[in-house]
Design a protein. Structure first.
Length: 295
């Protein structure tokens, strides 16, 4: 399914949350929605999920006006994983994941239970939670619960997955697992939009990035074109160490853009650092560093 949004404007009281935002999500593409806190990422995700009607602009699903697409069929085509979702009932993990199959209930007189079971099992395996299928979801840690909710979204087997900060509560290994899982889901043709704060994961795993800043699209395109030093400094207010390792780019936020970096021990000014192409971070220029340190 192609989701397109044009001229989106959202207001909250007097505050403009989104302004003139155009956005497209296509099948088989992993799009990263990035930007500082409060930029409007979750709001835009809700708008394209059809959960919030914008004051201005329109959303289209495969060219059809969002308001003309029945909610029930949309619920099967589009899975939405909310940020910080809580589970208010003492359900087992398996039952929570099974909620992902709700959009299919009552669809046929004799519903295909085997298809449901298969989808639930596959989603639990993929999210690495099958071993605690029977556990009460309220007894899980934040990161474990996040994976259960991701599994619920995967169980929908939708054409499009919208995921709001799915790796936020996860340890490094599970962050990589989830990003790999999103990539393999994309490889099977699913269109994915994922909200991320980790710039290295955004750069390494996404096909395209959309950077929101104060409710507007500040930059859009290939990760290397969006996450330049200048744009990172301008939108996030930080300077980052960047480099290439095994073909992927790492971006480590290091200091505020407004500050010059001083060595913690000597208090001398430290020149900017870059990676040497093999993942080892070196001074931008050794001679320049000597001059700076000698001065
Ligand atoms: N009900 C509301 N009333 C007033 N302002 C709101 C309301 N809901 C959201 N906002 C504001 O809208 C802006 C965008 O919020 P949104 O959650 O979309 O940002 P975000 O980019 O997802 O942020 P974060 O990275 O912190 O999750 C924020 O400044 C937020 O305070």
């Amino acid at each position: 399914m192609i989701i397109s949004a044009s001229g989106i404007g959202v207001k909250r009281g007097d505050a403009t949350i989104l302004q003139s935002v155009d956005f497209v999500a296509r099948p088989g593409e992993l799009v990263g929605l990035i930007g500082p806190n409060g930029a409007g990422k979750s709001t835009l995700l809700e708008v394209i999920a059809g959960l919030r009607k914008p004051e201005l602009g329109e959303v289209f699903y495969d060219g059809k006006l969002a308001s003309s697409v029945p909610r029930r069929s949309l619920a099967r085509r589009l899975a939405y994983l909310k940020q910080d979702a809580a589970v208010d009932w003492p359900l087992s993990v398996e039952k929570v994941v099974a909620l992902g199959r709700l959009p299919y209930s009552g669809l046929f007189a004799a519903r295909d239970r085997r298809a449901d079971d298969k989808a639930i099992r596959a989603a639990m395996e993929t999210a690495g939670i099958a071993h605690f299928a029977e556990r009460n979801v309220q007894t899980l840690s934040g990161g474990e619960r996040a994976r259960v909710l991701l599994a619920r979204a995967l169980a929908v087997e939708a054409e499009t997955l919208l995921a709001d900060e799915p790796v936020d509560a996860l340890d490094p290994l599970h962050q990589l697992n989830v990003m790999e899982l999103l990539r393999s889901t994309r490889d099977r043709g699913t269109g994915i939009v994922v909200v991320l704060h980790d710039l290295t994961l955004a750069s390494r795993f996404c096909d395209r990035l959309v950077l929101l800043d104060r409710g507007r699209v500040a930059a859009e395109g290939a990760p290397e074109d969006v996450l330049t030093d200048e744009i990172i400094a301008q939108c996030y207010g930080v300077r980052a160490l960047t480099g290439i390792h095994a073909g992927g780019r790492f971006i480590v936020p290091w200091q505020k853009a407004s500050q010059q970096l001083h060595d913690l021990k000597t208090d001398r000014l430290v020149p900017p650092l870059v990676a040497n192409g093999h993942g080892r971070i070196v001074p931008i220029n050794a001679a320049q560093q000597r001059r700076t340190l000698d001065s």
